[in-house]
Design a protein around this ligand. Structure first.
Ligand code: ZN
Length: 525
């Protein structure tokens, strides 16, 4: 532990002296000057929640290095350039970003970029599924504005989440582009590092911008819960990327984007891109990936059984094994849900089975409501509390839910929730939080005095279960409940995505999956 602290301390110290440290290495041949910038969030336009600037926890200047283990002062990559980090912000998923927050973060980035130019390169670190109020394709907009500051000679390398969206203008204004090859994203850092390595390689070798960028829109829109690369058909699809991208002379990188299903914009759909100098190989590789994707489209399915809430509760109540987990998927806060939809809890509390204290033990995680938390704190542990909870942000499906019960615990200090209380209503333990919080770990429950392993049913606002919960479950179903990230895409009121789109439109004709060549950055089209 001590050693870890020492390493961290040295790292932080060195990170803060970032510019100076890099300059020292500028010995014989001048090192390339590379900026770092980017904003990352996936935000749902189907949720009334909004995201404000503090949610991005923006890092400025040398603090940016701390976001990347491969940029530690001792890292070989760190020594290969004069790094000039501007602003990098990452937010938990949420509702659309306010225009004000977006403009503020973009302007801070541009101001810093103006100060330290010129740049040989820029690493653009984005997620790709940001929605901003009143603005389409924010990442494309952001990159165009960066280009206006840094110019078109600067080589830009972009890394993204595979749930991001790649518009034509984003593709045009970047020179190199890539995304994760795994979902869950175990290769997130590796992907960012690859984007930086490719950028350095093109700069140092003098090869500059790759000559060809193939872009193929694939008219498919699927939720992440159907496209995990741990199972088929995504597994085999994504396994083709590395051999095409990393082993072929003349190819710099290849990538497949699933896209983001919970925003209603023309750019939201799957995309394949391959970048390189060999036109024939770039074309063949891109078309191979796009065609494979289209061929297996009907095989994508949920990673767990799904049903309505009613079906899910029926299964949970009759299951001989416990704890039985139900994912309340429509309001999953880590996918962009508001987190305070009360629809599911309202249905549960209305059921006769749970009205008696000795009914089936059910834990519900969770509902945010600062007022009810205040009341519970005033009542104290063991006291009675009565009030309404939730639906302050998203009341479209159910109004605030009346809760009347005993306060079982009050815990302060959680980073996200700040204060958590457990209120027992009938046989249901309801977790109420001051601020929204995802419940992904066993300790999230046990620290509140709850015993999820001994419960009959555990209902969590989540999509697929995180590993600790998955290992605990004796049965599991994903309830297709309503909310800002409804997994049943057929229920979402899309108006602006391109049509036809699989699987929303039946009997689609095969689309044109031939490679389209995006003009190089700075080339007019
Ligand atoms: Zn993702």
């Amino acid at each position: 532990m001590k050693k870890l602290f020492l390493v961290l301390a040295v790292w932080l110290l060195a990170a803060y002296s970032g510019y100076a440290q890099s300059t020292l290495n500028a010995g014989q041949k001048p090192l390339p000057r590379i900026a770092i910038a980017g904003l990352g969030i996936e935000s749902s336009t189907f949720s009334p929640a909004v995201t404000l600037e503090p949610a991005f926890h923006a890092r400025y200047g040398p603090e940016v290095f701390n976001a990347y283990p491969f940029m530690m002062p001792i890292s070989p990559l760190r020594k290969q350039a004069l790094w000039l980090p501007a602003v990098v912000g990452k937010s938990l998923p949420g509702g659309a970003v306010t225009r004000e927050a977006y403009e503020s973060l973009v302007n801070k980035t541009l101001d810093t970029l103006r100060k330290y130019g010129p740049y040989d390169g820029l690493y653009f670190d984005i997620h790709g599924a940001m929605s901003v109020q009143g603005l389409d394709d924010p990442e494309g907009d952001f990159l165009i504005r960066i280009r206006k500051v840094v110019g078109y000679k600067t080589l830009i390398s972009t890394s993204m989440d595979l749930h991001g969206n790649v518009s034509w203008r984003l593709a045009q204004n970047t020179d190199l582009i890539t995304c994760y090859r795994l979902a869950p994203h175990e290769d997130a850092m590796q992907t960012k590092e690859r984007a930086v390595v490719n950028l350095l390689e093109r700069l140092k070798s003098g090869k500059g911008k790759p000559a060809y960028k193939a872009w193929i829109p694939v008219p498919i829109l699927l939720p992440g819960e159907k496209t995990s690369t741990r199972i088929e058909p995504s597994k085999s699809l994504y396994q083709q990327v590395a051999p095409l991208a990393d082993k072929q002379e003349g190819i710099v990188d290849a990538a497949i984007w699933i896209g983001y299903a919970w925003a209603d914009e023309p750019r939201n759909h799957a995309v394949v891109m391959v970048v390189g100098d060999d036109k024939a190989k770039v074309t063949q590789s891109a078309e191979k990936l796009a065609q494979h994707f289209w061929k297996v489209r009907t095989n994508f399915d949920f990673v767990a059984p799904t049903g309505t809430l009613e079906q899910s509760l029926a299964q949970a109540l009759t299951s001989p094994k416990h704890p039985f987990f139900i994912s309340d998927t429509g309001d999953n806060p880590t996918a962009g849900g508001a987190g305070d939809v009360t629809w599911t809890l309202t249905q549960i509390l209305a059921r006769p089975e749970f009205k008696r204290a000795d009914g089936p033990a059910l834990i519900y995680a969770s509902i945010p409501d600062p007022e009810l938390v205040k009341k519970a704190m005033a009542a104290g542990v063991g006291g009675q509390v009565e009030g309404k909870a939730g639906a302050m942000v998203d009341a479209r499906f159910a109004p605030p839910v009346p809760l009347k019960g005993t306060v079982q615990s009050i815990v302060k200090g959680d980073r996200d929730a700040e204060v958590e209380v457990v209120v027992k209503v009938g046989s249901v333990h309801v977790i109420v939080t001051q601020k929204r919080k995802p419940y992904h770990k066993e300790a999230d429950f046990t620290r509140l005095g709850l015993e999820p392993r001994k419960a009959d049913i555990v209902v969590v606002k989540i999509g697929y279960l995180e590993p600790e919960l998955y290992n605990m479950q004796a049965g599991w179903i994903m309830a297709l409940t309503p909310g800002g990230v409804d997994q049943d895409l057929f229920r979402l009121p899309y108006k602006r995505i391109q049509r036809p789109m699989f699987p929303l439109d039946k009997d689609m004709k095969d689309p044109d999956l031939s490679a389209r060549f995006v003009p190089l950055s700075g080339e007019v089209k």
